[in-house]
Write a protein that binds this ligand. Structure first.
Ligand code: PRP
Length: 223
């Protein structure tokens, strides 16, 4: 394979849902389209733009860093939460600036005290690695982490856990369930990731893509 060869396809793995839709609309503004993908009735998993030598596939969000690490995709677009949780060997090259939210420790107001005295508490989360890193390495608090797969806010409500580590976007899920943000772990947004070998082999095409997307995102941010 030669560097920058034109006959090699560049493959994008996109996390299914809002992130993929927003990414496709950004790419469209850059003249990168994939008509096939717009057919909602289609059950196809992989789409090709023959002219631009691009392939796209939609994957479960948490699998996107895996596809990119192993080179099954050259490029991925995924939330910073997934990057932190999966901790794969990929390059994070661009903050796309959309999908902004925060990773937080949340719970009932009464749990605030439990976070201040290094007590042994139960933490429910879809993000056990992020929760572990925060409590063990940053707060030096030993906690019991319970992995859940969704509707994590239920944890403190039904007595499964004292607090949760979860994404807060508008805050309405917390509010409607009588919970509050107790501590903020980090800000999150959509990021572009690149396979480490592809970054060397296809450096020109990928860098061009990064620069164009960066410009477009900066323009969108000022609108
Ligand atoms: C996410 C997150 C919170 C909610 C936060 O859940 O886990 O539950 O969104 O958004 P808000 O601050 O705007 O209310 P998601 O919709 O992904 O579903 P899940 O419960 O299956 O995780």
């Amino acid at each position: 394979m030669t560097s920058g060869s034109n006959d090699r396809y560049l493959t994008f793995a996109l996390g299914k849902g809002r992130l993929a839709n927003k990414t496709l609309s950004l790419l469209e503004q850059m003249g990168i389209t994939c008509e096939e993908m717009k057919d909602k009735a289609s059950r196809k998993l992989i789409f090709v733009n023959e002219e631009l030598k691009l392939k796209f596939f939609l994957a479960k969000g948490s699998d996107v860093p895996t596809y990119v690490e192993y080179g099954a995709a050259d490029i991925g677009v995924i939330g910073k939460d997934t990057i932190l949780e999966e901790n794969r060997r990929v390059y994070e090259v661009l903050d796309l600036g959309f999908g902004k939210c925060r990773m937080c420790v949340c719970g009932p107001e009464s749990a605030r005290e439990l976070l201040q005295h290094h007590e042994m508490i139960r933490v429910a989360s879809k993000y056990p690695n992020i929760a572990k890193d925060y409590f063990y390495n940053k707060k030096h608090q030993t906690v019991d982490i319970i992995k859940l797969n969704g509707s994590v806010e239920l944890g403190p409500i039904v007595g499964l856990s004292d607090v949760i580590v979860d994404i807060v976007e508008t805050g309405s899920t917390l509010k409607e369930n009588g919970l509050v943000v107790l501590e903020e772990i980090c800000p999150l947004s959509a990021r572009m990731i690149v396979n480490q070998v592809s970054m060397q082999m296809e450096s020109e095409r990928i860098k061009h893509l990064i620069y164009s997307l960066r410009e477009l995102c900066a323009k969108e941010a000022t609108v």
